[in-house]
Design a binder for this molecule. Structure first.
Ligand SMILES: [Zn+2]
Length: 222
């Protein structure tokens, strides 16, 4: 139980490839909280051609990053749904301190707040190895890893039998760029959430199960 009541609003952040999405899913199942993957939600808005989705699509097409306010609009439109009233597990947002401040303010206006900010981190070498081994189903988007999470049949998706491929933007140059963006934009969230007193550091340099166990302990034993 959190002192604020029964809800748990949890965010996960950390470098690309550290396994935030997988941990968010595990946490969502174990704590019966809806999983909010910002990337998925935004893709969904674009597919359904909602006004916010169309704004993001314009930004993406013109090669810009989607505007903080547009992404916030999408995030809040979901958080305001009844199914999120008991809490949520969110990954992929916020990505910078400005977004985090805006999110806190918008939540506060609703009498809510983030209860835990889980910072999953790992040494750069681990991150590089994980990113380099990442594979994805060309049909359904399910992710695999050439060492840690192989499909049952080589090159074939377990879920949809689509072709499992090495994504173009998973090249070494691309992930070095992503790591640099992460260090500049997202890493400052560590200090931000430390100040607000809700930061929990998690060692991401372990197996998926071990990381999940560390998170479970941190949340349940607080
Ligand atoms: Zn698939």
């Amino acid at each position: 139980m959190t002192p604020e009541g029964s809800y748990k609003n949890i965010i996960l952040f950390g470098p690309p490839g550290v396994g935030k999405g997988a941990q968010a899913q595990i946490l969502s199942h174990s704590h019966h909280l809806p999983h909010f993957s910002t990337g998925e939600v935004i893709r969904d808005e674009i597919t359904r051609q909602t006004p916010l989705g169309l704004q993001v699509k314009d930004a993406v097409n013109s090669g810009c990053l989607a505007d903080d306010e547009v992404v916030l609009g999408i995030v809040m439109s979901r958080i305001d749904l009844k199914e999120y009233s008991r809490g949520f597990v969110m990954d992929g947002f916020p990505r910078n301190v400005h977004q985090a401040e805006r999110l806190d303010r918008l939540l506060l206006a609703r009498g809510r707040k983030i209860t835990y900010a889980l910072f999953i981190t790992a040494p750069v070498e681990t991150i590089i190895t994980r990113l380099a081994g990442r594979r994805i189903c060309s049909q359904c988007g399910l992710t695999y890893h050439k060492e840690f999470k192989r499909p049952r049949i080589h090159g074939v998706c377990d879920m949809c039998f689509g072709k499992v491929v090495h994504r173009q933007d998973d090249s070494p140059e691309a992930y070095r760029d992503r790591l640099r963006t992460y260090a500049e934009q997202t890493l400052p969230l560590e200090k931000y959430y430390q100040r607000t007193g809700i930061l929990i550091r998690v060692n991401g340099d372990q197996t998926v199960e071990q990381v999940a166990e560390e998170i479970r302990k941190a949340i349940d034993e607080q």
